[in-house]
Design a protein around this ligand. Structure first.
Ligand SMILES: *Cc1c(COP(=O)(O)O)cnc(C)c1O
Length: 366
């Protein structure tokens, strides 16, 4: 049995007719960028994320770049970020001239809130809370520190559509939530897309201006130097269709995760545990294994696909050589990069497929 790490076709097939109908409707509408579908999606996604405002943009990367710009991060400013985050998180900071200050992850593979305070200086402007793998950061501690030191909190929710911290949806807790609708995300488009959420009216207004060449109007009056980062009507329309099903899609992921938790019984394989207070949506189901490369190769031999999120931490990437880090500087994230493995997890995965994966995991001898 051949099992891929992620099969997007399965999810598409579940609602194919609805997607097809919406696509045809948008194509026939004669209006393709920043129109009614975008407006309605922004309303519906604001409501879903329990935020006052949502503004669509072209990608998760752009959302991050815009969020740091609007919160005033510039040359000389520092932003606290988890050292095992995705590269886009760090780029959002540095594209504005800011400096990432890496904090090691905790046992839940995201920002260790107890290690933030020691990294705060008089240059610190913001904390980027990345809800990696669909698991919430400890937002109580992060918000408390932000209040104490007057810092902005940006939430990277690109892997966390529907994740909750206590009884609150992520993306509504900090100052700004940044979202990606890249096709593999829990709420994935059929191309690129992104959004920002906030409860701050002034920020929302700035998002709208920046995404459209710095113009408040649709065309030709430019108040500031903006970008072209618009969500298109086709993506917004298709996202509206999928948003209606997001909770059931997340429930299915949670069921798959539950089976992995309960049925993978191999001492060589350690599941990533759930942080108390977090309601996880399992963008990835991640395990740690000291013999990760052997496990990955063994699964591949058995035609089971897996992915490493992520094999090289940002501070060791060539792009960030100028920051001056070397191997050994951030030992926890470096260790995690050698240990983590994302198991097959996708909507439409059958019991039979998961049985096979679990059986092979349990047979792994190292
Ligand atoms: C996917 C992702 C992004 C970037 O989103 P794009 O839409 O691909 O630009 C940012 N942060 C995290 C945590 C992501 O997983």
């Amino acid at each position: 049995m051949k099992i891929v790490a992620n099969d997007l076709k399965r999810q598409h097939d579940m609602y194919a007719e609805e997607f097809n109908n919406k696509a045809i409707e948008v194509l026939n509408s004669g209006w393709y960028v920043l129109g009614n579908e975008v407006k309605e999606f922004e309303k519906e996604f604001a409501e879903y994320t329990e935020s006052k405002y949502c503004v669509g943009c072209a990608s998760g990367m752009d959302a991050l770049q815009i969020a740091f710009r609007v919160t005033g991060v510039k040359e000389g400013d520092e932003v606290i970020v988890c050292s095992n985050a995705y590269i886009a998180c760090v780029m959002g900071i540095t594209m504005n001239g800011g400096t990432p200050v890496f904090v090691e992850p905790d046992e839940y593979d995201n920002l260790d809130a107890d290690k933030i305070e020691e990294k705060i200086t008089d240059k610190t402007k913001a904390i980027l809370a990345v809800h990696l793998y669909g698991q919430s950061c400890d937002m109580d501690k992060i918000m408390e520190l932000a209040k104490k030191y007057d810092l902005k909190v940006i939430e990277d929710c690109a892997q966390a559509h529907g994740t909750k911290w206590e009884d609150k949806k992520v993306g509504s807790i900090g100052d700004i939530g940044c979202w990606s609708f890249y096709p593999t995300k829990n709420l994935g488009a059929f191309g690129d897309g992104g959004a920002l959420t906030t409860n701050n009216e002034k920020y929302a207004e700035e998002f709208r201006i920046i995404r459209n060449y710095g113009s408040k109007k649709l065309h030709y009056e430019n108040d500031i130097i903006g970008m072209n980062s618009r969500l298109d009507e086709l993506q917004a329309g298709l996202l509206r269709v999928k948003l209606v099903h997001l909770d059931e899609l997340n429930d299915e992921r949670r069921k798959i995760a539950k089976r992995y938790f309960e049925e993978v019984k191999n001492p060589l394989i350690r599941p990533l545990e759930t942080r108390p207070g977090s309601y996880n949506v399992y963008h990835q189901y991640v395990i740690h294994c000291d013999k990760r490369d052997e496990l990955m190769a063994y699964l591949k031999e058995n035609e089971i696909g897996t992915i490493i999120h992520y094999p090289i931490p940002p501070h060791l990437q060539k792009a960030y050589e100028y920051l001056g880090y070397k191997k050994g500087d951030l030992p926890i994230s470096e260790k995690y990069a050698d240990e983590v493995l994302s198991l097959p997890m996708y909507n439409g995965m059958t019991d039979e497929e998961q049985n096979f994966v679990i059986e092979k995991l349990n047979e792994f001898k190292g």
